[in-house]
Design a protein around this ligand. Structure first.
Ligand SMILES: Nc1ncnc2c1ncn2[C@@H]1O[C@H](COP(=O)(O)OP(=O)(O)OP(=O)(O)O)[C@@H](O)[C@H]1O
Length: 271
């Protein structure tokens, strides 16, 4: 019998946000994709991927949605990724309590009447490359055209956030895939100039630490459109290799991170 904790910890979520700067798109607005959910709770059980974006238990009622169609209407998409049970979890006899039913529904193994809908649900065999292609690449492409974008992973400890966002050499995460795409687009756009600026921070127990600068601990947050935190280290990226050098040599204990923010700022120039 799966423990509730065991089943919850296999699920992480990805929120993608893409919005044109107000000056360029006065009609654009920040909307969320929560319209596929009902507000009423039947038993008060938490969603398997509950977050601030889904603070209440909500119950599925809609037909499956096409992410591509929805993406054109919505600025925010919420996706869910299941990771496989680890060998240790299998040894301990943990079982799957939540599972992906098709591409948009998460269902409860023990109570079929409980189901939640998301913009997209990725099962345990899905590759990070596929997650990136479906849920993140459009944000990167938009950023290269001047549209502000955020890709945010959330989930309890050991749910797979680092695996999805950071990855490793064998299975690169969303961050290296995004920067690689950014460089490909830069190469394919010789008539424009780009400036790629990177900072990398963690928020752990509400303390902000700079992951590119070991001296940058307990930084103060700034409410500034341009800068996230005081004295946050910024590097200018000239090629893709430098990104790997910066990230892989950073002083990161991923097992204790509550949140990592990796920001790259693109400043397109015009000839
Ligand atoms: N999709 C996946 N496929 C295979 N293994 C995965 C997958 N997602 C995560 N894992 C493995 O599960 C373990 C926990 O994942 P990870 O470290 O990414 O979790 P986390 O959410 O970042 O945890 P924490 O918040 O504690 O840092 C790791 O050993 C990771 O390699």
């Amino acid at each position: 019998m799966a423990t509730k904790q065991g089943s919850k910890s296999r699920i992480s979520g990805l929120i993608s946000y893409s919005r044109k700067p107000a000056a360029k798109s006065p009609s654009s607005s920040t909307t969320s994709s929560t319209k596929h959910f009902l507000e009423n709770s039947m038993d008060g059980q938490s969603s398997p991927a509950s977050s601030s974006a889904r603070s209440k238990p909500q119950y599925f009622y809609s037909e499956s949605v096409n992410l591509d169609t929805e993406r054109s209407k919505e600025n925010v998409t919420v996706t869910v990724r299941f990771r496989p049970l680890s060998p240790r979890e299998i040894r301990q006899g943990e079982e799957i309590a939540w599972y992906a039913d098709g591409e948009t529904i998460v269902r409860n193994e023990h109570n079929p009447s409980i189901a939640y809908a998301y913009d997209r649900v990725f099962g345990p065999t899905t590759t990070t490359r596929h997650v990136y292609d479906v849920a993140a690449q459009h944000v990167v492409n938009g950023a290269m055209e001047g549209i502000n974008g955020t890709i945010f992973a959330y989930g309890v400890t050991s749910s797979g956030k680092t695996h999805t966002m950071h990855g490793d050499q064998r299975s690169p995460g969303i961050i290296p895939l995004a920067v690689k795409d950014a460089f490909s687009i830069i190469q394919e756009t010789p008539n424009r100039e780009f400036l790629l600026r990177v900072s990398y921070l963690e928020i752990y127990n509400e303390i902000v630490n700079d992951l590119l600068n070991p001296a940058g601990q307990n930084l103060r947050i700034r409410e500034d459109a341009q800068v996230l935190a005081y004295q946050l280290f910024t590097v200018f990226l000239y090629d893709y290799t430098l990104l790997f050098f910066s990230v892989l040599t950073s002083n990161t204990d991923t097992t204790i991170l509550m949140a990592i923010t990796f920001t790259f700022v693109l400043i397109p120039g015009y000839n």
